[in-house]
Design a protein around this ligand. Structure first.
Ligand code: NI
Ligand code: MN
Length: 221
């Protein structure tokens, strides 16, 4: 069983009985954060999609506290001065980290260092696509075909990323079983609710189940 827990914004905790993974753990300055760094006792990997503060967040602090391995593109990983474990693949292929397989995929966005990415990862036989911050792009279809993710975690808040309409088209390209919206409701400039996204997916991809979580809630697969 894989548990996907939304921590608010683009932060997720993905866990099985054996492994705990954090993705874009923006917690301390996140008004919607469902978890404090102090509450984290165990982490094995931390995946960071790009170096914007609302994604890099507490990644280094969690790595220092738990001895977890931080996974980021080379330019982001090498910019970290603290003494933590890092793995730094680039966009291109699945990397086998024993209990976790990770592939960085493109994201259409900006970053201070390196390139922003999405991340496809497999734990316990289940594949999840976290799109990071991105606009809509046609090769999401290819990501769906190559990796067949069961779950897609997609930004829907607009302004910095896809909005509800674009994200619903992304769902139709990726064709996951389940789509979970993220990157909304955190800041005033973002879309405040996922309702438009839910409505749009009914039109673009009616067979895909949209799971709307509140910060702190989980979906299990
Ligand atoms: Ni960003
Ligand atoms: Mn962001």
């Amino acid at each position: 069983m894989v548990k996907i827990r939304w921590l608010g914004h683009s932060a997720f905790e993905i866990s099985t009985s054996k492994i705990t993974v954090y993705v874009d753990p923006f917690l301390s300055d996140n008004p919607k954060a469902a978890l404090k760094v102090d509450e984290i006792k165990k982490a094995d990997f931390i995946l960071v999609t790009h170096d914007h503060f609302d994604h890099m967040g507490d990644a280094v602090a969690i790595a220092k506290k738990t001895d977890a391995t931080l996974v980021a593109v080379p330019e982001v990983a090498s910019s970290i001065s603290e003494n933590i474990k890092t793995v730094a693949p680039n966009i291109g292929a699945m990397v086998n980290l024993n209990s976790l397989k990770v592939a960085f995929v493109p994201a259409f966005h900006t970053s201070s260092k390196g390139a922003p990415v999405g991340v496809v990862f497999t734990v316990d036989g289940k594949t999840i696509y976290h799109a990071g911050d991105t606009g809509l792009f046609g090769d999401m279809k290819l990501i769906g075909e190559v990796y067949s993710p069961e779950v897609a975690l997609l930004p829907v808040g607009g302004y910095y990323t896809m909005g509800p309409r674009e994200a619903a088209i992304a769902v139709s390209l990726i064709k996951p079983k389940v789509a979970i919206p993220m990157h909304y409701g955190t800041f005033p400039v973002l879309e405040q609710t996922p309702e438009k996204f839910v409505e749009e997916v009914k039109k673009t991809a009616p067979t895909v189940k949209v799971v709307v979580l509140n910060p702190g809630e989980s979906y299990e697969l």
